[in-house]
Design a protein around this ligand. Structure first.
Ligand code: HEM
Length: 214
């Protein structure tokens, strides 16, 4: 007989709280990136491996961003606070994939020429917006540790980390601008809609908390 939903939930909760769960989540997050890098080394990324690497690492970044913003809604809907324990790992995965994406662009598109990269940032608006998003992600990654929460204070830390929604907006704008020349917006609309729904959930939650507090 299949386990009752409540015992499945209890088993999932135990799994999420397992001492090795953070390492497991980190490994799961790393797998698609490792697969991409494996593809590069085995020359199985198609006719234009540089383009595939840049685009797929960009896709992995925006997907990781969706997963990290899904943590709070999932915690609320499943009533499973243990999920929150893995938010930092997911957040760091976003930064790691954005760094891989930037590295692929800087190396494969620009030959690691700092002057050319700087010129490109100010020449192409979609690169400027991507870079602004990356700088924001660095600020969030650098303050994602307990010492930073202590130093900033929980209120200021929370306010800083809420800017992740603005960074999601920059990510969608970057994606939209990049695709505008190609007139292909299907994926942009998909990720834009997912991120807009996640933002809407957050706004409704904050409003409800404010209205219910005396
Ligand atoms: C918040 C950080 C970022 C996110 C979420 C992001 C996301 C994306 C996505 C989803 C794509 C399109 C992939 C596809 O077509 O399937 C893309 C493409 C691209 N991104 Fe980013 N990106 C970010 C930051 C950056 C940065 C910092 C740079 C470089 C300075 C950059 C340069 C590029 C380039 C060159 C392309 C491909 C353009 C082309 O093939 O024509 N991105 N990015």
């Amino acid at each position: 007989m299949p386990p009752a939903p409540s015992s499945f939930k209890a088993a999932l909760q135990r799994l999420l709280l397992h001492p090795r769960a953070p390492a497991g989540v980190a490994l799961l997050c790393a797998l698609p990136g490792l697969y991409l890098v494996y593809g590069a080394f085995t020359e199985s990324l198609g006719v234009n491996p540089a383009e595939t690497l840049i685009r797929q690492s960009g896709d992995l970044t925006i997907r990781a961003l969706c997963y990290v913003l899904l943590v709070t809604p999932l915690k609320d809907l499943l009533r499973m606070p243990a999920i929150i324990r893995h938010r930092r790992t997911l957040g760091l995965a976003v930064l790691a994939y954005a760094s891989l994406h930037l590295l692929c662009y800087a190396w494969l598109d620009m030959g690691l020429e700092l002057e050319d990269i700087t010129a490109d940032v100010f020449k192409r608006p979609f690169i400027f917006v991507g870079m602004a998003g990356f700088v924001g992600l660095i600020a969030l990654g650098a303050t994602s540790f307990n010492a930073a929460i202590k130093a900033l204070g929980p209120k200021r830390w929370r306010r800083l980390h809420q800017t992740v929604y603005a960074l999601a907006g920059l990510a969608v704008l970057h994606f939209y601008w990049m695709r505008a020349g190609k007139h292909r917006f299907d994926d942009v609309i998909f990720y834009g809609a997912v991120l807009a729904l996640l933002l809407l959930y957050r706004v409704v939650k904050v409003l409800r908390e404010r209205l219910s507090s005396p």
